[in-house]
Design a protein around this ligand. Sequence first.
Ligand SMILES: NC(=O)c1ccc[n+]([C@@H]2O[C@H](COP(=O)([O-])OP(=O)(O)OC[C@H]3O[C@@H](n4cnc5c(N)ncnc54)[C@H](O)[C@@H]3O)[C@@H](O)[C@H]2O)c1
Length: 190
Amino acid sequence: MTIIVTGGAGFIGSNFVFHMLNKYPDYRIVCLDCLTYAGNLSTLEPVMDNPNFRFVKESICDREAVDKLFEEEHPDMVVNFAAESHVDRSIENPQVFLDTNIIGTSVLMDACRKYGIKRYHQVSTDEVYGDLPLDRPDLFFTETTPIHTSSPYSSSKAGADLLVLAYHRTYGLPVTISRWSNKYGWYHFP
Ligand SMILES: NC(=O)c1ccc[n+]([C@@H]2O[C@H](COP(=O)([O-])OP(=O)(O)OC[C@H]3O[C@@H](n4cnc5c(N)ncnc54)[C@H](O)[C@@H]3O)[C@@H](O)[C@H]2O)c1
């Protein structure tokens, strides 16, 4: 099993890389990350010598580079963590959020269509649902809660989610999406 993990030099992606190499020592994990301010190659230092791990410094927006990687690795799965992920930065400069989070997602899925894939997983966020009132702990988001975004970040993630669902409906691409709440922990950019 070969899995391309995008954004694997960032906070959650790197934790995922460690988890997968540890739990599935026979899997090949290929990390595709262009190392923005949020990516840190030294985080991946402990696995750099692992023969089942490869790091590739390229952008998910670079169609040629993504296609080349698919030709080299023939991945079974793609897990797309790569994103501009900081809400405040999206308010200062939305463009790069649209480029990476929406266009980058489409480039990855086009490669999945072209070369074939068993599963494409899109890492999304519960921020696509908007806000819950702090004084109503009885309320929850569910998968059927309407999308109600409130920042360029969450709008770009919601746009990507809709595109992922469209690639499933239109082209039959095998996709899954997870919409997590916020986290903090090891390897988070300060
Ligand atoms: N951190 C959270 O609490 C949280 C909550 C919900 C969802 N998410 C989602 O989880 C994913 C990972 O979040 P994180 O907090 O680890 O983010 P992060 O900002 O720590 O890491 C993002 C990684 O993506 C890389 N990257 C950015 N643009 C790229 C591009 N064009 N090509 C290749 N790599 C690129 C960066 O270099 C970095 O390594 C994101 O999709 C985010 O939207 C995060």
